[in-house]
Design a protein around this ligand. Structure first.
Ligand code: PMV
Length: 311
């Protein structure tokens, strides 16, 4: 081992897809934001000859505790195994991960965890140049064929324009600080299932779904301009258009629509689902602060939080 430390730390960001989910699967552009919160990992040289992983919630409750022995085992241990395999050191590690966001609700918890862990292990082993490959290997365990949008947001933070047409294109979007309210409107849903639902609609109504995807892509492009200019009322309106298209693609739910409606009633300039839909999170645009939207959500039974991106 070329390292000189026995303990190292890393962090990774959670993400919100602001514009373009689902259409991004068909090569249309999207806008993603890396959040100031996500995951924190501590990697220590292991006391025994097998690696271990402990996963904690933000309030320090142990959610999982695993010995990492089977590369084809359940995803948490398998993803950590995949990370370790990318480093030359191949030495056992005790890993402690704290997740600051809920799992499986469209906030990119797996990529945040992978970036935090790969950074910590990269520092422990003195191999920082292996971090990106290690994150990719972990994301492949969770998502099979990840688009890379979560990894980018988890690594870079800020606002990013992303497109995976012929080739992957990614560029930071320089915008004034953007304040949003985020809440979990429904239980976690399977991304693969929701992507499959859109694919099935496309098989039945190909041209109409192509129109919707094109509309979403153009919305993401226009929103990039509006974000750069800090034109919040336009950004809000574009969120409404994007959310309407997601409803037409069949990935919203009654709870998601109700949470969006509640946010608008409480003064948000726009609200939409984020990520795969079918449950999970909603966000609202609140340039003057999220207090009123958060209070309205709380009254209706949804816990949320405020985030500011950039600035
Ligand atoms: O909910 P998430 O974070 O898994 O987001 C999925 C975004 C999709 O566009 C629906 C799928 C994808 O691979 O980009």
């Amino acid at each position: 081992m070329s390292n000189s430390v026995s303990e190292a730390r890393g962090s990774g960001r959670a993400k919100l897809i602001l514009f373009g989910e689902h259409a991004v699967v068909y090569g249309k552009p999207a806008v993603v934001a890396g959040l100031p919160r996500g995951a924190r990992s501590v990697a220590r040289t292991a006391g025994a000859d097998t690696s271990t992983i402990t996963l904690r919630s933000a309030d320090d409750e142990v959610m999982a505790d695993r010995v990492v022995s089977d590369p084809n085992g359940e995803p948490l241990a398998a993803s950590f195994h995949a990370i370790l395999q990318q480093f030359d050191a191949r030495a056992p590690v005790d890993l402690d991960v704290t997740l600051e966001v809920p799992v499986g609700v469209g906030l990119g918890s797996s990529a945040a965890m992978a970036v935090a862990t790969a950074r910590a292990v990269g520092e422990l082993f003195g191999e920082p140049d292996r971090v990106d490959d290690a994150v990719r290997a972990s994301e492949e365990v969770f998502h099979g064929n990840p688009s890379g949008i979560d990894q980018l947001a988890a690594t870079e933070g800020g606002l990013i324009f992303f497109s995976r047409g012929e080739r992957i294109e990614a560029a930071p979007v320089e915008a004034p600080p953007l304040t949003l309210a985020v809440c979990q409107a429904g239980p976690a849903a399977s991304t693969a299932e929701m992507v499959g639902k859109v694919a099935a609609r496309k098989r039945r109504e190909g041209q109409l779904v192509d129109y919707l995807n094109m509309l979403v892509g153009d919305t993401a492009r226009t929103a990039t301009e509006a974000l750069r200019e800090g034109d919040w009322s336009r950004v809000g309106e574009l969120m409404e258009i994007n959310h309407g298209a997601l409803c037409a693609l069949g990935v919203s739910t009654a709870a998601i629509d109700a949470a969006c409606h509640t946010a608008r009633q409480a003064g948000a300039l726009g609200a939409k689902l984020t990520g795969a839909g079918g449950g999970g999170c909603v966000f609202a645009l609140t340039p003057d602060g999220a207090d009123e939207v958060l209070a309205a959500w709380k009254k209706a039974g949804w816990e949320g939080f405020e985030v500011t991106i950039g600035g």
